[in-house]
Design a protein around this ligand. Structure first.
Ligand SMILES: C[S@@+](CC[C@H](N)C(=O)[O-])C[C@H]1O[C@@H](n2cnc3c(N)ncnc32)[C@H](O)[C@@H]1O
Length: 259
């Protein structure tokens, strides 16, 4: 059986998640928007811990790109804090959620659909900051994303991104759920390398296709294309993830365009 095109498949899977009854990623509520309006902005690029206030100091009037940031979370909060917000995402239905929140809260947000490896809708140097909630794990390659981020940021502009530690992808997932940690996959990891049977058992028909990138591609890649990393913290999944009792698997990174 031929391997599916990951990007095409992820587009429809994220559309399905956006309209899911389970509401995995709830849109922000009126209270969160009111807090952002009053200067208490809490933005996440990883699962639990908001980015430190100092990472995004001046928001009002700034041009901010929420990269792969659809779903009605970061975009509406940044707009409520006074930023000029563009949300870019693969999934049309994730972007619709941003527009629904914007309408509910009388906010203005521009939405653009596309693949984060190609930001050609935007001119070079268009943005003061990029907020990229954890998503390069849905791309087969990271470097084109960082190159495009570097291009569309102005010099001195900042990228805040959520990454997954490759340790997350090392183990046999079914066994790990039973507390039996057996190393099964090399890094870089790709869900596309699973057998059809494993794919059906592990991924089902709901989970987007993920890629476990090397730290040298994620962190080294940032410095390679012209960023300086100037902030980093680790964060954890929510309850229920078997590995999280041993290690925090998210990395939140702030990087500044050097030139
Ligand atoms: C975990 S969600 C993060 C955004 C969400 N606002 C949140 O905080 O949970 C990942 C997002 O990445 C988007 N995405 C996945 N692959 C993408 C790609 N190649 N280009 C652009 N967006 C992508 C998905 O549609 C989804 O909205």
């Amino acid at each position: 059986m031929s391997k599916p095109d990951a990007i095409q498949q992820n587009e429809s899977l994220w559309d399905a998640i956006a309209r899911s009854e389970r509401d995995w990623f709830p849109v922000v509520d009126a209270e969160q928007v009111a807090q952002a309006r009053s200067g208490q902005l809490r933005i996440h690029v990883t699962a639990q811990q908001a980015i430190p206030p100092g990472w995004l100091d001046l928001v009002a009037g700034k041009k901010i790109l929420c990269l792969a940031g659809g779903g009605g979370q970061q975009g509406p909060l940044l707009a409520a804090a006074g930023a000029e917000v563009t949300v870019f995402d693969l999934s049309r239905e994730q972007l619709e959620r941003d527009q629904q929140v914007a309408e509910r809260e009388s906010l203005s947000i521009q939405t653009v659909q596309g693949d984060m490896r190609d930001l050609s809708p935007f001119a070079s140097g268009s943005f003061d900051a990029i907020v990229n909630p954890c998503s390069v794990c849905y791309c087969p390659d990271v470097l084109p994303v960082w190159q495009e981020c570097h291009r569309v940021l102005r010099p001195g502009g900042r990228l805040m991104t959520g990454l997954i530690n490759p340790v997350n992808f090392l183990f046999d997932e079914i066994k790990a759920c039973r507390g039996d940690f057996q190393v099964a996959h090399p890094i870089p990891y790709s869900d596309l390398d699973l057998s059809t049977e494993e794919r059906e058992t592990i991924l089902g028909d709901q989970r987007p296709i993920r890629f476990g990138h090397r730290l040298s591609d994620m962190l080294g890649g940032l410095t390679e294309v012209g960023f300086q990393i100037d902030g980093l913290f680790e964060d954890r999944w929510g309850a229920g993830d078997p590995l999280s009792q041993f290690i925090d698997l998210f990395l939140a990174v702030r990087a500044t365009r050097r030139d």
